[in-house]
Design a protein. Structure first.
Length: 253
């Protein structure tokens, strides 16, 4: 089947000098709520989990036929995942905790704003070498028949592929038994995965272009199951015990 990752922000020629600015910016912004999310949950030797809700603010990501915006579902799943991981004792850091795109006054065009935002997210992964990046997105395709989660992984760390496979396998085992999608290595088209040096996976949780899947993704109950799949995939990757009954997590948001 043809694979098409619609929502990943594709930039062939990125404005890398903005990276330094982003590092400075992220250091300043770490005084905000995202940084507090991490610092409030220090728990020892387990890796810091960077939770990246794709898009935000002016960048809605994929927009469904009914107006559903990817950015909103990304954030909702990410926040549920954050709760689950904190309950398992993980330190977490969210690249955004609200409907925000990170850029400063020097960014005027939409492209510049998106580039600055992606560099901010990348800088979040550069705060410590002992972290794992989970980037949460939704897919969209011209043909509405396609559905199902698919994981994309960074080419830069040998563990990224294993992490992606753990997440993909967990989706199949716990939520989507008919899902035959294969994990895929990111190229330059997915900036964050291509640039980060830490174990990193982008979870395309489902297709907003498929009405049945979209209708599920819009519900808290299904978002919770998706979050639990991602959490359990991570736990499996780290050799930890999974959350045994994901249906019991539906009221934990
Ligand atoms: Zn996206």
């Amino acid at each position: 089947m043809k694979k098409f990752c619609f929502c990943a922000f594709r930039l062939r020629a990125l404005l890398l000098p903005l990276g330094l600015l982003a590092v400075v910016t992220v250091a300043l912004l770490f005084g905000g709520r995202a940084a507090k999310t991490a610092s409030a949950n220090l728990s020892g030797a387990m890796p810091l989990i960077i939770l990246d809700a794709g898009h935000g603010g002016e960048d809605g990501g994929a927009v469904a036929a009914d107006g559903t915006m990817e950015k909103d579902i990304n954030l909702s799943i990410t926040q549920k995942l954050d709760v689950l991981l904190q309950a398992q004792g993980f330190r977490t850091l969210l690249t955004r905790t609200d409907d925000t795109l990170h850029y400063d006054a020097s960014a005027s065009s939409m492209r510049e704003k998106k580039v600055a935002d992606l560099h901010y997210r990348l800088a979040c992964t550069q705060q410590t070498p002992d972290c794992v990046l989970l980037s949460i997105h939704q897919n969209k395709f011209t043909d509405p028949q396609y559905d199902g989660a698919q994981m994309f992984y960074s080419p830069n760390h040998p563990q990224s592929e294993a992490l992606a496979q753990c997440l993909q396998d967990t989706f199949v085992a716990e939520l989507q038994p008919d899902n035959t999608r294969k994990i895929k290595q990111s190229g330059t088209e997915i900036f964050l995965l291509y640039q980060t040096k830490v174990p990193a996976v982008m979870a395309e949780c489902g297709f907003l272009s498929n009405k049945a899947e979209r209708d599920k993704l819009k519900t808290d109950a299904y978002q919770q199951k998706v979050a639990a799949c991602i959490a359990n995939g991570l736990l499996h990757y780290l050799g930890h015990k999974p959350i045994e009954d994901i249906t019991n997590t539906e009221n934990r948001t």
